[in-house]
Design a binder for this molecule. Structure first.
Ligand code: MN
Length: 286
C-alpha cells in the first residue's frame, strides 16, 4: 500500500532539550538554553537566553558595565524595553519587536538595563561567534526598530518576521555578518504547516516560545521552552497541531569549525588570546 515518501533534504530533529534556570548580570533571572553544561554551544551559536518575567525583582537589576570581545550579541525584544549604553558613547533604547545586533569585535564595555520597573519583560539574547579573522574587528551596531523588520505572509495562517536572512523574497535588515545568519520569528496558526527552505550546511535550531510545533518528516513534537537542534538539509517541515498554534524563532548560521577558547564575556580561539583579552580589559584598552 502507499508509496514510500523519501524525505531527502528534509531536516530531522537531531536533539531536543529544555533550558536551565540561570541568573546573570546583577541578578537577572532567565532561562539559559545554549551555553549550559548540557549544550555548551551549537556552532556558531555560543549562548541563547530567554528572559521572560512580569516580576520586576527578576529583572530590574539589569546588566551593569561588562566587557565583550570576539563575538556578536543579538538582543530581540518581544515585550518591554531595554536601555543600552557603552564606553564609546553609543546609546539605544530597544522596544518591543526590535533587535540589536552588536558586533563586539575587539571589544566594548557596555550596560543593558530594563527601561521599566513593572510589567512584562520578554526577549532573547543570542551570542554568535566570529571567525578568527574578524574577532578583532571594529565594534559595530545594527539597531533595528520594530517597524524596520519586515513581516511576510508565507501562506494562510503562517507569518514570519524576517530579522536576518531571506524568506519569501524578503531580505532581513541585518547585513554583512560573517556567519551568514538567518533569524526568523515564525508564527503558525493551529492546524497550519509550512516548508522553510534553508542553506544546506548551516546549523539551524528552532526554539518554540508559544504553543507547540511538529518538526521534520517524522513530526517530532516540540513544546514551548524546548529547543530542537536540526540535522543538515535543504528544508524544514514545520506544522502546528490542530489543538495549538505555535510561535518560534528559527535561527541558523554557517558553522565556523574553529577552536573555541571561552571564559565569561570573552570568546577567542586560543588561551593566549583569552589572557590577552583580560589584560586589555584590566588595562582599560577595550
Ligand atoms: Mn552584554
Amino acid at each position: 500500500m502507499g508509496t514510500t515518501v523519501i524525505a531527502e533534504g528534509s531536516r530531522r530533529v537531531a536533539r531536543k532539550l529544555r533550558g536551565q534556570r540561570a541568573s546573570d548580570g546583577a541578578g537577572v533571572r532567565m532561562t539559559r538554553i545554549i551555553g549550559t553544561p548540557l549544550l555548551d554551544h551549537f556552532d556558531p551559536f555560543l549562548l541563547l537566553d530567554e528572559f521572560r518575567s512580569d516580576d520586576p525583582r527578576d529583572y530590574v537589576a539589569g546588566f551593569p558595565d561588562h566587557p565583550h570581545r570576539g563575538f556578536e550579541t543579538v538582543t530581540y525584544m518581544l515585550a518591554g524595553r531595554m536601555r543600552h549604553g557603552d564606553n564609546q558613547g553609543n546609546t539605544g533604547l530597544l522596544g518591543p519587536g526590535s533587535v540589536q545586533w552588536m558586533t563586539a569585535g575587539r571589544g566594548i564595555v557596555h550596560s543593558e538595563f530594563p527601561e521599566q520597573v513593572e510589567g512584562l519583560l520578554w526577549g532573547f539574547q543570542l551570542w554568535v561567534n566570529l571567525p578568527a579573522k574578524d574577532k578583532m574587528t571594529a565594534p559595530r551596531y545594527q539597531d533595528i526598530p520594530a517597524e524596520r523588520i519586515p513581516e511576510v505572509e508565507l501562506g494562510a495562517g503562517v507569518r514570519a518576521r524576517v530579522i536576518a536572512g531571506a524568506l519569501g523574497g524578503i531580505e532581513g535588515p541585518i547585513t554583512a555578518v560573517a556567519t551568514e545568519p538567518l533569524y526568523y520569528d515564525l508564527s503558525l496558526d493551529a492546524g497550519t504547516s509550512h516548508v522553510l527552505a534553508v542553506p544546506e550546511g548551516h546549523n539551524v535550531f528552532v526554539y518554540v516560545f508559544e504553543g507547540e510545533a511538529e518538526i521534520g518528516p517524522d513530526r517530532q513534537r516540540v513544546e514551548r521552552g524546548e529547543i530542537a537542534l536540526l540535522e543538515h538539509g535543504t528544508r524544514i517541515e514545520l506544522r502546528a497541531p490542530a489543538a495549538s498554534g505555535a510561535r518560534m524563532i528559527v535561527v541558523g548560521g554557517r558553522p565556523l569549525n574553529e577552536p573555541i577558547a571561552r571564559y565569561g564575556p570573552f570568546v577567542m580561539n586560543t588561551e593566549e588570546e583569552l589572557l590577552q583579552a583580560f589584560a586589555d580589559y584590566h588595562a582599560g584598552r577595550l
